[in-house]
Design a protein around this ligand. Structure first.
Ligand code: PLP
Ligand code: SF4
Length: 367
């Protein structure tokens, strides 16, 4: 029997014509886009759109610009080259990312895996998933497995449990993580039944993906609350998107709302060089400005780490505003979040400097 979320999913918007039911726009040219990059918008997510081209619209409604991208690459992070078995990316020494599904409740137009998401020919069979798990079994250096996709919550509870159970049986696998955008795009997927199953596989971490404060609704709050009540730590991964969240005020609102629904901001990603998504890219300076507006200005818990995923698969590289202005002999010249400068003595001279007028010296001790 189909579950409620499956029924909701079957009502998704998958054809440009369906947009016309709510918005009178020109859909000429969109069919050519969806022939290359499929469209799916859950009814729930579609209903979050308030007007044409708003931050929700931009994320999910196809744009003719997707076919006019001379810069992007199909696989900017060389994921295929770092996949020893299909759908399993082994980039870092002690952890892997395995795609358990190739579809999602809503296809984000900026997706890094745009090259394959939503294409039936890329769907991962049970046999392929078994091959991925076998790879983990045979590689004792892997202590952390991220189950991602696509969206792994597109699978049935039973399929997810089959995967978790097999991974849990591997002695060297210490932690499991799930990466899913369902709490933002189809929160009804997070059911008490799903969560009761998930909590049997601790230590289990869950990363969600919210990009804009308007994605945080009563329904998404309920979904995250259920997961948090099951002792599952929740992190958020946002992508920095032009015209969506490349504004310090919007991002501050987002991260503060995330904490209110018990989700800890984890990463803010610079947009990858994905083909078909060039129109979403911002300067790196936009991200640095956002970090500047967060660090010190709001709860440290609310501050994600801003990273660039190195082209070609070099991994995530943190990019920070600069707080160490210079090193002058035995002192560091620092600035705080308000732009005030401080001179900080380096370790060998510490004892004598503690009594100095330095503001750092005055508050030496536990923070
Ligand atoms: C992001 C990512 C991970 C996990 O990175 P963390 O920094 O540990 O969260 C692992 N593998 C791949 C391929 C990734 O892209
Ligand atoms: S939910 Fe994730 S994998 Fe799916 S389309 Fe969006 S960004 Fe891509």
């Amino acid at each position: 029997m189909a579950e409620e979320w499956e029924r909701l999913l079957s009502q998704s918007i998958t054809k440009p014509e369906q947009i016309l039911g709510k918005f009178k726009v020109d859909i000429e040219g969109l069919r050519a886009v969806t022939a290359v990059y499929p469209m799916r918008v859950s009814k729930y997510y579609f209903d979050l759109i308030e007007e044409v081209d708003d931050p929700i619209w931009k994320q999910c409604i196809p744009s003719p610009l997707e076919l006019q991208d001379p810069y992007g690459l199909d696989d900017p992070l060389n994921e295929e080259g770092q996949s020893p078995v299909p759908g399993l990316i082994h980039r870092y020494p002690d952890r892997v990312l395995m795609a358990a599904s190739n579809s999602c409740a809503t296809y984000c137009r900026f997706c890094t895996r745009k090259r394959r998401i939503g294409r039936p020919e890329s769907e991962l069979s049970r046999a392929v998933i078994a091959e991925q798990i076998r790879y983990v079994e045979e590689n004792p250096s892997i202590r952390d497995v991220i189950i991602s996709g696509g969206d792994p919550l597109m699978l049935s509870d039973d399929e997810i449990e089959r995967i978790l159970k097999r991974l849990r049986a591997i002695p060297h696998v210490e932690i499991l993580r799930i990466g899913s955008r369902m709490p933002a795009t189809l929160p009804q997927r997070v059911t008490p039944k799903l969560v009761r199953m998930l909590k049997r596989y601790h230590p289990l971490y869950f990363n969600v993906h919210f990009n804009h404060p308007r994605e945080i609704t009563e329904e998404s709050e309920r979904a995250c609350g259920l997961l948090a009540d099951a002792g599952i730590p929740l992190g958020n991964q946002s992508v920095l998107l032009r015209g969506v969240n490349d504004d310090p005020a919007v991002m501050k609102d987002l991260v503060q709302r995330l904490l209110r629904i018990r989700v800890r901001p984890y990463y803010l990603f610079q947009m990858d060089l994905v083909k078909g998504a060039h129109h979403f890219r911002t300067d790196v300076e936009a991200g640095i400005k956002i970090m500047e507006a967060l660090v010190g200005h709001t709860s440290g818990l609310a501050v994600p780490r801003y990273v660039i995923d190195a082209p070609g698969g070099g991994g995530k590289i943190p990019v920070q505003p600069e707080y160490v202005l210079k090193i002058e002999g035995d002192r560091l010249i620092l600035r705080n979040y308000k732009g005030e400068t401080y001179s900080y003595p380096r370790a060998p001279q510490m004892a004598g400097a503690i009594e100095s007028r330095s503001p750092i010296g005055k508050r030496a001790g536990c923070r």
